[in-house]
Write a protein that binds this ligand. Sequence first.
Ligand code: AMP
Ligand code: GLY
Length: 423
Amino acid sequence: MNILILGSGGREHTFAHMISKSSHCDNLFVAPGNAGTAKIATNVSISVTDFEAVKELVIKEKIEMMVVGPEDPLVNGIVDFFNQDEQLKQVAVIGPSKRGALLEGSKERAKEFMALYNIPTAAYESFTKESLAAGKEFLTTLKPPYVLKADGLAAGKGVLILNSLEEAQKELENMLSNNKFGSAGNTVVIEEFLDGIELSVFVLTDGENYKILPTAKDYKRIGEGDTGLNTGGMGAISPVPFADEVFMEKVEERIVKPTINGLKTEDIDYKGFVFIGLIKVGEEPYVIEYNVRMGDPETEVVLPRIESDLVEVFQKVAAGNLSEVELKVKKEAAATLMLVSGGYPEAYEKGKEITGLNEVEDSIVFHAGTAEKDGKVVTSGGRVLAITSFGKDFPEAIKKSYQNAGKLHFDKMYFRKDIGFDL
Ligand code: AMP
Ligand code: GLY
């Protein structure tokens, strides 16, 4: 069949890498894609939120399956757009409906959902411009640090963690009254700070049945020792050593099952990934957030560990027969290392030539922010390349990624040298 992947990052290159190996895949398209996907698929230069352009492409290329990478088109309702269109409704789309995507699109909705289904998460209250005074008062009842979350999508920047009460009250006002995050901050969730170690659990569901995918942990801060500004993710490992059987049993019983049951109870059309951001406090799991897509760079370590044919698995998801799938997972651990543009996550330059791509051995290089220019591969984003390797454990895997990082070069290239340092 002909398959389309929406998106342009390392996550989408990883999807393309896995799907292109399937015997069920005839022609693979990625929109808009990058220089890495161009090598194994046909890139089509359209925006992931231009639904009419996506429709035109799907019809022209006789696409039968579409995998949605990023959250924007999902939160904007691309699945509903497909389901309501006579020419598109036969397409197997991997991604939740708009109502499902609200679990990521609104932090308040996610918190209400968790409260309703008794899913462990930090205590919270939410506030708007009208209740700013009450919000400031609520902050005085909490202990520092203070956690403030803009309700809507804010490109991963909408969460503030502040140590002083004064600062927290000022930022609350900035969000509610001064449009700090635009309309995403019209409602702010204030929640209890949870002290623990984070990990991500990925669930694939057809809305009825589910499969828990390998666990992963990403490294979000730009600086070593988890310091400095938040990024999209500087590296990841899978599996997470501290997510042992006892812990995962708790995650499944207290979080995964009630989440899927909640979706079912509310009759939400959800055929896709649930990315559960967790924090382990003592021995107990709490949900930090839901995302309605795969993580990036977690995808770069989770998917390559899956041995089952991904297209077959997605066909079962679309048909509502996921229970028929037996997911095969590699025993080996995986690690990925992000090479980023100097300056990222703040201002950085683009268009730098990347060299050494052909010298990499025993690792897979997934492209994130790359483009082709005059026959050369150049940088075109903050996160540029993800180097994924396997090993008997993650230290062995990440060592290979570091060795290969030494063979790759572009002007002002930067990477963290301590992926996995805390484990
Ligand atoms: P989110 O966008 O909700 O994932 O939040 C971004 C980051 O803020 C998370 O990855 C955590 O590191 C941190 N965070 C969010 N909520 C809390 C919380 N209640 N307690 C401690 N840290 C949090
Ligand atoms: N790596 C975190 C995310 O994809 O949101």
